[in-house]
Ligand binder design. Structure first.
Ligand code: SF4
Length: 346
């Protein structure tokens, strides 16, 4: 089955390949490894249509690796404006300078050398070797992973089936036509076996596709449900310690969160920091507190962000309130969030 898929994709690629500037052939009718090298850095975080235009500008300015290796970081960063993820530009230039110095301006073609260059990981190393030098490898980008996941009807999220995908990918390594085969997979994934609504009706390999047979192609790759971001609430909490090593506590309102439980004084919990209003203890003391830190405490429906303040005071400032000896707070009835606040303050 894999052999038939390979030959179908290679045939399809002959007539349908995308016209991409980094695929321009050299006089020797081969791809230019420098073009593949530059394009792979650019494509790391940017879509093909955006890279297409910027790649041509880049090659217009620095047509060879030697040209590129002579420029300054400021020059490449200036060019990179609008592409984002500037570390790619820095790494690309660092790698170019290494290749200029150590490899006589020839882009390396071995995995072990490529992987040690700045900004090159497993995928990029294999892409340069396979596409640029026709070496027998199969780099797994999102397009290729999706096609393989569908062919074998892997119903788990991609992140959980990396091992299986890598194993299956070895079946699609071509000794003779590696470059074309890798690119045919990539183009097929971007034009036919697309992330949404793949064109299975016009697909040349549908008879080998398990997902198509099971009619589950639209469910593959399975998405990992992103956890909804929890809303935030804000407060400021005040840990007041008296001369007897006791902290001031009080009972919360009988309604709402942590109803009737003990607490250290804190501002009403609000959805925006700007809405915070000083608790009455702050008004009574009318002086500065030390800030001791902050906590983020997860409740089921929101995260409470609390800044923790501390002050030593005389017990007679608050004669009618409850006090809790600090040696007892960890076993007290203070709810966990309040215990965490006390921990930060003490
Ligand atoms: S049949 Fe559909 S899901 Fe399967 S490889 Fe072809 S386009 Fe992709």
């Amino acid at each position: 089955m894999e052999k038939q898929i390979i030959s179908s994709l290679l045939n399809w690629y002959l007539n349908n390949q995308r016209d991409l500037p980094w695929r321009k052939l050299q006089k020797n009718k081969r791809l230019n490894p420098y073009y593949i090298f530059v394009s792979e850095y650019m494509l790391q975080q940017t879509s093909v249509p955006t890279v297409k235009k910027r790649f041509e500008e880049f090659i217009g300015k620095w047509p060879t690796l030697k040209n590129l290796s002579k420029i300054s970081e400021a020059q490449i960063l200036k060019f990179w404006s609008g592409l984002g993820y500037y570390s790619r530009a820095r790494n690309l230039l660092k790698a170019a300078k290494i290749i200029n110095k150590e490899f006589n301006n020839k882009i390396p073609n071995s995995y072990n050398t490529l992987i040690n260059l700045p900004g090159i990981g497993e995928y990029t190393a294999k892409a340069i070797m396979g596409i640029g030098y026709n070496k027998p490898v199969m780099p797994l980008d999102a397009n290729i992973e999706r096609i393989i996941a569908r062919l074998y009807a892997y119903e788990k999220p991609i992140i959980k089936i990396k091992k299986q995908l890598n194993q299956k990918a070895t079946k699609f390594i071509s000794k003779k036509n590696s470059s074309d085969l890798i690119q045919s997979f990539m183009d097929y994934g971007s034009m036919i076996c697309t992330p949404r609504n793949p064109s299975c009706i016009s697909c040349n390999i549908s008879k080998y596709c398990l997902a198509f047979q099971k009619k589950i192609q639209n469910k593959i790759p399975k998405k990992i449900m992103k956890q909804k971001k929890k809303p935030k609430k804000y407060t400021r909490a005040y840990v007041l310690l008296n001369e007897n090593n006791e902290i001031l506590v009080r009972t919360r309102s009988p309604k709402g969160m942590l109803a009737s439980m003990l607490e250290v004084p804190n501002d009403l919990w609000v959805e925006k920091k700007s809405l915070l209003q000083n608790d009455e203890v702050v008004k009574i003391l009318n002086s500065n507190f030390d800030i001791k830190g902050s906590i983020i405490y997860p409740f089921s429906h929101f995260n409470l962000h609390a800044e923790v303040y501390y002050k030593q005071i005389k017990k007679n400032k608050f004669p009618k309130t409850k006090w809790l000896n600090i040696s007892k707070y960890s076993n007290s009835q203070l709810p966990t969030v309040m215990k965490k606040i006390v921990e930060v303050a003490l």
